[in-house]
Design a protein around this ligand. Structure first.
Ligand SMILES: Cc1cc2nc3c(=O)[nH]c(=O)nc-3n(C[C@H](O)[C@H](O)[C@H](O)COP(=O)(O)OP(=O)(O)OC[C@H]3O[C@@H](n4cnc5c(N)ncnc54)[C@H](O)[C@@H]3O)c2cc1C
Length: 291
């Protein structure tokens, strides 16, 4: 049972409390995952540290060649931010696809990452951008690639005394683009049944220099799809290559989800969601070549 709730305004206060109440405390951001888990009896913290009023971790800003998003930035703030209205519109699209307006006004990027649901919508675009997590404790600060932070279904590398301060990724370079696509059960309130993000970087002749494909809800955690990435490497991406790449991904899905009841649906759906995300990434890469 919760015995104490602290509301904090500064990160140092939160870190001090996490230190004092190691293994007993949980950070409460928007509460849209945690409160449900507590209600259902899956977690039972003695101490709650409410970080929702911590303004300094709400930043969304450019630092040199990097874009930094603080952990308490909400989905609404991300979806409306000018940085995500054009070439990085896929980040806004992922944020916009989450829940209802009420959920988006409360739910944070930090909660989405730390809850580590396989279907968390911001994870595929962040993985495709090779995002880094900044993890703080009272005495230490460390940097971990998001791909290493996610260690399993709802499991992360976060230590009991640590909090996620922010996440950052590099800005898009010339001739590169990001796409996001999601298939939910219903539009407004569904958590993704399947989502996909694709990052592409082309060379001057239009050949794919680098492809990063990340999926949500196709395994125990959101993850990079290495086989299809390798297939796209050095290809000029036209309709034939898109068809073949979709088949590579379908095969990976079939192997990974063998025996699951969701397989017939997902092996069909993955192709459409992937094509959509890839086409968007390609379109942005080509546009950024011309501008
Ligand atoms: C009706 C409904 C619809 C939803 N639809 C979607 C959807 O479409 N897509 C989707 O991805 N999600 C969806 N969700 C899930 C949820 O809204 C998101 O995962 C949200 O981002 C969680 O953020 P939060 O701020 O509410 O986290 P909280 O619930 O406050 O916290 C979640 C977990 O993260 C930890 N945590 C939070 N912040 C930090 C931090 N800075 N450092 C360390 N640990 C931290 C908490 O201790 C807790 O364990 C939905 C939820 C509901 C109720």
């Amino acid at each position: 049972m919760v015995q104490k709730v602290y509301q904090v305004h500064e990160i140092q206060q939160a870190l001090e409390l996490l230190h004092q109440h190691t293994h007993q405390a949980k950070l409460l951001a928007g509460g849209t995952d945690l409160i449900i888990k507590m209600r259902e009896g899956h977690v039972n913290p003695a101490v709650l540290i409410d970080i929702s009023s911590m303004d300094k971790t709400r930043i969304i800003e450019v630092q040199g060649q990097e874009i930094h998003i603080g952990s308490t930035a909400t989905f609404s703030e991300i979806q409306e931010h000018p940085l995500f209205q054009k070439d990085l519109g896929a980040i806004a699209a992922a944020a916009r696809s989450v829940g209802s307006p009420q959920i988006r006004n409360r739910a944070t990027i930090g909660g989405n990452i730390c809850n580590a649901s396989p279907a968390a919508d911001l994870l595929p675009p962040l993985l495709a951008m090779e995002a880094m997590t900044v993890l703080r404790s009272k005495e230490t600060s460390r940097l971990l690639p998001l791909s290493d932070f996610l260690v399993g279904k709802e499991k992360t590398a976060l230590k009991s005394e640590e909090m996620l301060e922010r996440v950052w990724f590099r800005k898009l370079e010339d001739r590169s683009g990001l796409g996001f696509s999601k298939l939910g059960i219903r539009n407004a309130l569904a958590i993704a049944r399947l989502s996909m993000a694709v990052y592409l970087k082309l060379d001057a002749t239009g050949r794919c220099l680098e492809a990063r494909v990340a999926s949500g809800a196709l395994g125990l955690t959101a993850q990079r799809e290495n086989e299809v990435e390798a297939f796209l490497q050095q290809q000029v991406i036209d309709e034939t290559i898109i068809d073949q790449a979709a088949q590579v991904l379908e095969k990976t899905t079939a192997q990974r989800l063998a025996g699951r009841s969701t397989l017939p649906f997902k092996r069909q759906a993955v192709q459409g969601v992937f094509r959509d995300a890839l086409s968007q990434a390609l379109k942005t890469s080509l546009r950024r070549e011309q501008s």
